[in-house]
Ligand binder design. Structure first.
Ligand SMILES: Nc1ncnc2c1ncn2[C@@H]1O[C@H](COP(=O)(O)OP(=O)(O)OP(=O)(O)O)[C@@H](O)[C@H]1O
Length: 250
């Protein structure tokens, strides 16, 4: 479904993504994990056409995403990192806008919107301005907007950040059903538990490089994902110093 080859991005002297290659097969639930600043968002932004790579290629369903972005984007639904939504629209208007922008006819948009609102339990909020939504509700409406054109691939940057456990379970179920129906999900998350529960494959990115990737069991190698992650990320740092913190100012 997705073939990333030798993707590279530098910001000045900082190589944020260093020759990353990754294959995500059709029907896979693929997780990317890595410490803060590892290059996850930069990689996902280059996959979804939001950031131009310095070199390397991205193929989505066989289409070169940077040579033929229009075609590739038709196959992709995106939940970007810092959500920039048209939040002076109501949830219903934002869904309608997203559907029309994706070339759907108004009737189809309305039908799908009703299904999405029910699935994401947004009934009470749908006629309110998105600007007034909580962080978790904003994630939900953004994810609903990303799914309305029934893309083959969903690329989700930290979809569960600020989402309560009940809503996270609800979102997970929606995504699992999407994958069971032949969809493919690529997501980044800091929640090892969640990745272990929902993903079949995972890649660990550290300092712009993929240090491990494969099925969950291959990457874990008999340990928990968290243990493996900490090991690959360079181990825990002992919390030393800052004795002044215990000298309380009163
Ligand atoms: N627009 C930019 N300009 C300059 N540097 C950037 C820019 N975007 C990202 N970086 C740098 O690239 C590196 C990778 O950042 P990125 O946001 O991809 O990390 P991340 O793995 O998503 O981190 P987090 O888990 O904290 O969200 C960091 O060193 C970051 O400072």
């Amino acid at each position: 479904m997705l073939e990333i080859t030798d993707l590279q991005k530098r910001f000045g002297a900082n190589t944020a993504v260093d020759r990353v290659s990754l294959d995500v097969r059709v029907g896979s639930f693929f997780g990317i994990v890595g410490p803060n600043g590892a290059g996850k968002t930069t990689t996902l932004s280059m996959v979804t056409g939001l950031l131009r790579p310095d070199s390397g290629s991205v193929r989505i369903h066989g289409i070169d995403a940077w040579a033929d972005p229009k075609h590739a984007k038709r196959n992709t639904g995106v939940l970007p990192d810092r959500l920039r939504l048209f939040d002076r629209l109501t949830g219903a208007q934002l869904l309608y806008y997203s559907g029309i922008l994706r070339g759907l006819d108004p009737r189809t948009v309305k039908e799908r919107s009703a299904d999405l609102v029910a699935a994401f339990a947004l009934d009470d909020a749908i006629d309110r301005l998105v600007a007034d939504y909580s962080a978790g509700m904003t994630k939900k409406i953004a994810l609903a907007c990303a799914m309305i054109h029934s893309p083959r691939l969903l690329v989700l940057d930290e979809p569960f950040e600020s989402v309560d456990p009940v809503s996270a379970a609800n979102l997970t179920e929606i995504l699992e059903r999407y994958v069971a129906g032949g969809g493919t999900v690529l997501l980044s998350s800091h929640s090892m538990d969640l990745i272990e529960r929902v993903c079949d494959s995972v890649a660990v990115v550290v300092s712009g490089r993929i240090l491990a990737s494969g099925t969950l069991d291959e990457v874990r190698g008999g340990e928990s994902l968290e243990e493996r992650f900490v090991e690959l990320a360079g181990g825990r740092k002992a919390a030393e110093g800052m004795e002044w913190l215990h000298s309380f100012s009163d």
